[in-house]
Design a protein. Structure first.
Length: 757
């Protein structure tokens, strides 16, 4: 999409607004303020100009179909010696003085920005996707790294001494150059793949997984090269020490570290009441792991990257926390870092025919090496030619990752200014060329056999209730209803490995003795654990994929809406309620249940134990009946029914209740024909849900003007032990789920689960 005339006019006006900010440092310089102490005014003016120009050029690039990072790099080039330094050198030097103390203020933000960018890259790293894709992604990554790495190292050995910062350390420069040529930018690749709606396609997942592996291996290599650069030469003992240290660090981080980070995030999220405590914890984790890798003699970026992987795998990293962290990085730290990288680029050096020729050669070798390696890897991985072509094109984008690598090389002395400019130029050109060429290549990749079916299943799951659950809240009292709700919640959690928080509401105005309360809470927790283990053992798939359920307990006085409201804000996808009594003697729900429902903003289920479930211990096998209509809540209830049937190997019957025909023969026939088609459509949707999870169901149609009678009759015929009813909460002080729900609450002799939004 091309920028509009109005947008271009706005950009022009905004760029004109930069002049006053340039005038501030110029005035300070003209007034005789020398660099005896860093100037806050110059620092603030530089930040404001960088943010403004970066945002505007990033917006222009996005409207042209390019990544925003290209605009941020161009902002730095525009403000640096390549453009502003040529046109208005006094302003450029005033805004970005060469005084080391003044420059260090911006550099500090840029260096911390590198760590944050690597943290986000790690959070985008999907370890499960790498395991799932397997052979093809590994083959593409290894070949796509090995060939350009060899090309880069060879190129470094033949570069003239004028392009090498330290001739005696040529090997370090060559290794760094090889790494710079071999690594890809996962962010740029993922952006185009997502834009082309290929993220869930087989090839899209292979491309993203390959970029993830590229990044992971690249940062490990950079960490090791940093250790070599510190020593100045390749010494076997320090190198082995670094390799072993990195290996131990990765093993501990991805095993014990994963559980520790997850537990820490859960604890802070659930117990601290100050603003944004989880983001503070994430930054502490990132900094700590960066310091650990630094102590091992490797780059701090490796620690930040691994920290991002661990944070990204936390099951309670809510979308809000994720968005807040990304907003901070993308709105401030990333523009400053990439603009400062652009400031370090001096394109005037390309006036030299020799350097221009080497730059062209670098771009050619980088592109051919990466393209050839990825294409060969795709072919060896069993991909079709069109798939290998698209993959090779996609992996050639260097983008933000390349700039980070080059900046690290410049700061540690492995690259000089000329070589840095050559690498950044290569990164900008390959990144700019990739989006249009990848769009062209992806448009020519046909669907694989069975891929359409998988895409339809995943599209369904993206809109489903159960498939998107990540964390459950269970509010219970010591009662049959509490035990039954715990049993149901455990079955749902166990099959998918979802963490559960048990909020135990103590009964009565006086709190139960502490020891008795602890026993009650423990009983609820054991019920969840037993059901979860039952669900995990129900299928081979569950045993392989689902993690053991992590259970957190809370105790709150009975009738405390505040407890449910406060807990509910900590990031839950579903609430199970099991409070006693469910029904009041004169009819209707217990006011405590009504208060709990009002205190929670999200989908929930109210459990009512009847018949066999009013006993202790709970009986084994479930037999489930789900009455359905055309409503969304009816479909959600059916999803819960399918998941429980899948988790507990339960019998499942789906019942559609249709009203009786109209009064005249003509009306009856027309109505019946329309109703039949409607019933078939609703039941077909439910059957498709069950088929996707290989759950066998029975479908029934009942014609009745009294739905609760039809439901009870079918429950008796099917020997059901649980009725799951999708309901909608009606606005009222009392809890109203509609007439059918009220009648079942009053008369049903078997257990009920009311699923509501």
């Amino acid at each position: 999409m091309l920028p509009s005339v109005e947008f271009c006019r706005g950009v022009t006006l905004a760029l004109a607004a930069i002049v006053p900010f340039i005038a501030v440092p110029q005035a300070l310089a003209a007034g005789g303020e020398k660099a005896q102490a860093p100037s806050e005014a110059v620092f603030v003016a530089a930040i404001v100009v960088i943010l403004l120009v970066s945002r505007l050029l990033g917006e222009v690039m996005r409207r042209l179909g390019q990544p925003a990072v290209t605009g941020q790099l161009l902002a730095g080039i525009l403000l640096g010696p390549s453009v502003l330094g040529l046109l208005w050198p006094e302003a450029q030097h005033a805004l970005f003085p060469r005084d080391p103390a003044q420059k260090s203020m911006l550099d500090a933000i840029a260096q911390f920005g590198v760590l944050l960018l690597l943290l986000l890259t790690g959070m985008d790293t999907d370890i499960k996707l790498i395991r799932k894709i397997g052979r093809a992604a590994v083959s593409v990554s290894l070949m796509g790294i090995a060939i350009p790495f060899i090309c880069g190292v060879a190129l470094g050995q033949f570069l003239p001494d004028t392009l090498i910062p330290h001739a005696e350390a040529r090997l370090v420069t060559s290794l760094f150059l090889g790494t710079a040529l071999s690594i890809s930018s996962i962010k740029i690749v993922a952006m185009v793949v997502h834009e082309m709606d290929f993220m869930r396609r087989d090839l899209g997942q292979i491309i993203v997984a390959s970029a993830i592996i590229d990044d992971s291996i690249g940062w490990i290599i950079i960490g090791l090269i940093f250790g070599i650069a510190r020593a100045g030469t390749v010494e076997l003992v320090p190198l082995l020490r670094s390799v072993v240290g990195v290996a131990i660090f990765l093993i501990v981080s991805l095993t014990l570290g994963r559980r520790a980070v997850s537990a820490a995030i859960r604890f802070v999220n659930d117990n601290m009441v100050s603003e944004l405590p989880v983001i503070t914890l994430i930054l502490i984790i990132m900094g700590t792991m960066a310091l650990v890798t630094n102590a091992l003699g490797v780059q701090t970026v490796l620690g930040a990257f691994v920290a991002g992987i661990l944070v990204g795998e936390s099951p309670i990293l809510t979308k809000l926390i994720n968005a807040q962290l990304r907003g901070m990085v993308t709105s401030f730290f990333a523009p400053v870092f990439f603009a400062l990288a652009g400031l370090s680029v001096d394109l005037t050096m390309l006036n030299s025919p020799e350097i221009a020729l080497f730059t062209f050669g670098l771009i050619l070798i980088a592109s051919i090496g990466k393209f050839g390696g990825a294409f060969l890897g795709g072919t060896l991985g069993g991909l079709a030619r069109s798939e290998s072509l698209a993959l090779a094109v996609g992996m050639n984008a260097r983008g933000s990752t390349e700039v980070i690598v080059a900046s690290i090389g410049l700061s540690m002395g492995a690259l000089n200014q000329n070589l840095f400019t050559m690498i950044v130029t290569m990164a900008v050109l390959t990144t700019s060329a990739m989006p249009p060429t990848l769009r062209w290549a992806l448009a020519r990749v046909p669907l694989r056999a069975g891929e359409q079916e998988r895409l339809e299943r995943e599209a369904f799951e993206s809109k489903g209730l159960v498939a998107n659950m990540e964390r459950l809240l269970l509010t219970v009292s010591e009662s049959a209803n509490g035990r039954f709700a715990s049993h149901i919640a455990g079955l749902i959690a166990g099959h998918r490995g979802l963490p559960v928080t048990v909020l135990h509401l103590e009964r009565g105005p006086a709190a139960a003795p502490e020891e008795h309360s602890a026993r009650q809470t423990s009983a609820m927790v054991e019920s969840v654990k037993e059901s979860a283990e039952e669900a995990r053992g129900s299928t081979v798939e569950s045993r392989q994929e689902a993690s053991p359920v992590n259970i957190t307990t809370r105790v709150a006085p009975s009738g405390t809406e505040e407890a449910v409201s406060n807990e509910g804000r900590k990031g839950y996808d579903f609430l199970f309620i099991g409070l006693d009594p469910a029904k009041m003697p004169d009819g209707g729900f217990n006011p405590e249940i009504a208060k709990t429902v009002r205190a929670y903003d999200g989908p929930l289920a109210v459990a009512v134990a009847r018949g066999r479930h009013d006993e202790e211990p709970l009986p084994g096998r479930l037999a489930i009946l789900v009455p359905v209509t055309e409503t969304d809540m009816s479909t959600r209830a059916a999803e819960i029914g399918v998941e429980l049937a899948r988790s507990a190997n339960a019998d499942l019957t789906i019942l559609y209740v249709s009203p009786r025909d109209g009064p005249t023969l003509g009306v009856r026939r027309a109505y019946r024909s329309l109703a039949t088609r409607h019933e078939e459509s609703v039941l077909k949707d439910i059957v498709e849900i069950a088929d996707r999870y290989d759950v066998a169901i029975r479908t029934k149609v009942a014609i009745s003007n009294v739905p609760h009678h039809a439901i009870q009759n079918e429950a008796d015929r099917a020997s059901a032990t649980l009725i799951i009813l999708g309901v909608t909460t009606r606005p009222s002080e009392a809890l109203l789920f509609g007439n059918t729900a009220s009648e079942l609450l009053m008369a049903s002799q078997i257990s009920l689960l009311f699923v509501a939004s």
